[in-house]
Design a protein around this ligand. Structure first.
Ligand code: UDP
Length: 474
């Protein structure tokens, strides 16, 4: 890197939701560790959720800071519970952002695609902008070819499988697994944020999905820097434990519970920051887990009330006596709320991860070298399932068939037998399970190498910084 020129100044403008905000904060920290001056733009309330980790970075001399947007009448878009949905309208931040950019004129703005108005605002100030989409090259390629070839319009029913044409692997989906905007047969859904963008920052690494990185760059013509897994920048226990929200159970008791278990014996179950499950679904998961007979840590987040409303903790969603049984037998730990996911995944006792296939969770599972049971619900999670199970071969499908919007109840729950079967296939001793575990461990090592000096992601961070420097000179 050219160390004589002044550092580039990059503004990071995350979306106010867990699965999008968490990786962008990490990304800003990664760029600061490579010498760029990183500034995170957010609202005052939202800043509280990651202030401490930025303070720690500053104390160790990293050039990173937070700037808050001044909003009229002290209104704040964030409720700090990290639950902003993908369609939350953030345009109230447009004027405050414009004023901030006019004042400081950074060399680049990395912004989340869910701030739909943002590209335009930045372009008007002639500042280079880089888009963060929050997902993998793989799912972007699947999405693009669904749009291009519309294979789902050529099948006779929602459950008839079709192949997504043009991709390096045979990727089979059903219409029932596609997001609503594909099923509504709207054409021209192509996202506008890709127009005029300097490029796309991807939280992934080349060795994970090489054929799809090439396809994304060469066939789809996108300029992309792969800089992940960014979660690996969390090196100490505080950073890992305080990521996102405050954990509901203190991390020491979780770790000592895990310490009492055999290596690779525990299955960790979580559905991310946003998903709401029905009491019926939770009941099926509970029965399935118990029947699988493997120790588990189960994070239970938001729950739909039986009436259709949502709530934190409606009663009676567990089988009778379940909690007492698992406590007495030491078979399971239920975390109601927020878990220190990185700490749990990297513990040697954890041998499997039942995940909703949110991209961050997938990548965090990969980084920890843990094979997965895939339980997709919404967003691009069904695509991610295909990557895990069919391309990387490091997971087992639970058998979800129905894509539902994040706040909609599914028509049926995934049954207890499916949960039991998938968990047993992953966690029982078998040649198939051993092979998945071996592959997952190998990918985990590649993930860690990618972010080390000389690794593919490390080089991509430097390469974007160098491009921005040369833009600045010109
Ligand atoms: N997460 C966490 N503890 C929890 C739930 C989620 O630390 O109890 C983190 C998780 O590590 C990941 C993010 O929140 O970084 C969730 O992102 P993901 O893309 O997996 O799913 P989303 O929340 O966007 O559906």
């Amino acid at each position: 890197m050219d160390s004589n020129s002044p550092p580039v100044e990059i503004f990071f403008f995350p979306f106010v939701g867990g699965g999008h905000q968490i990786p962008m904060i990490d990304m800003a920290r990664v760029f600061a560790s490579h010498g760029a001056r990183a500034t995170i733009i957010t609202t005052p309330k939202n800043a509280l959720s990651f202030q401490k980790s930025i303070d720690r970075e500053q104390n160790s001399g990293r050039p990173i800071s937070i700037r808050t947007l001044v909003l009229p009448d002290n209104v704040d878009i964030a409720d700090t519970d990290m639950s902003a949905a993908p369609f939350t309208d953030t345009s109230m931040l447009q004027e405050p952002l414009r004023n901030l950019l006019l004042k400081y004129r950074p060399d680049c703005v990395v912004y989340d695609m869910f701030h739909r108005w943002c590209g335009h605002t930045i372009d008007n100030l002639s500042i280079p902008r880089v888009t963060f989409t929050g997902n993998a090259c793989f799912s972007r390629c699947v999405n693009e070819n669904l749009e291009r070839y519309k294979p789902h319009e050529k099948v006779n029913s929602d459950l008839e499988p079709f192949i997504v044409p043009g991709l390096p692997d045979r990727i089979e989906l059903t219409r029932s697994q596609l997001p609503f905007f594909h099923r509504q047969q709207q054409s021209g859904h192509k996202p506008k944020f890709m127009e005029h963008t300097f490029g796309v920052l991807v939280n992934s690494f080349y060795e994970l999905e090489p054929a799809y990185v090439e396809y994304f760059r060469n066939e789809l013509g996108m300029k992309a820097w792969l800089v992940g897994p960014v979660s690996l920048c969390n090196r100490n226990v505080e950073d890992k434990a305080e990521r996102g929200k405050k954990t509901t159970i203190d991390e020491l008791s979780i770790l000592s519970w895990l310490d009492s278990k055999e290596p690779n014996s525990v299955i960790y179950i979580s559905f991310g920051s946003l998903a709401r499950l029905t009491p019926e679904q939770l009941l099926e998961i509970a029965y399935g887990l118990e029947a699988s007979n493997h120790p588990f840590i189960w994070v239970v987040g938001k729950i739909f009330k039986s009436t259709g409303e949502e709530g934190e903790n409606p009663e009676n969603w567990l089988p009778s006596g379940f909690e007492d049984r698992i406590r007495e037998s030491q078979k399971g730990l239920i975390i109601k709320g927020w878990a220190p996911q990185l700490l749990i995944l990297e513990h040697k006792a954890v041998g499997g991860f039942t995940t909703h296939c949110g991209w961050n969770s997938v990548l965090e599972g990969v980084s920890a070298g843990v094979p997965m049971v895939t339980f997709p619900i919404t967003a691009e999670q069904f695509s991610n399932e295909k990557l895990i199970v069919d391309v990387l071969k490091i997971g087992v499908k639970v058998g979800s068939m129905e894509w539902v919007s994040w706040n909609t109840k599914p028509s049926a729950a995934v049954g207890r037998e499916k949960v039991e079967t998938a968990v047993k296939r992953l966690m029982d001793v078998s040649e198939e399970a051993a092979e998945m575990r071996r592959r997952a461990k190998e990918l985990g090592m590649k993930a860690n190498r990618a972010v080390e000096e000389g690794g593919s992601s490390y080089k991509d961070v430097d390469s974007l910084i160098e491009e921005l420097k040369s833009c600045k000179r010109n």
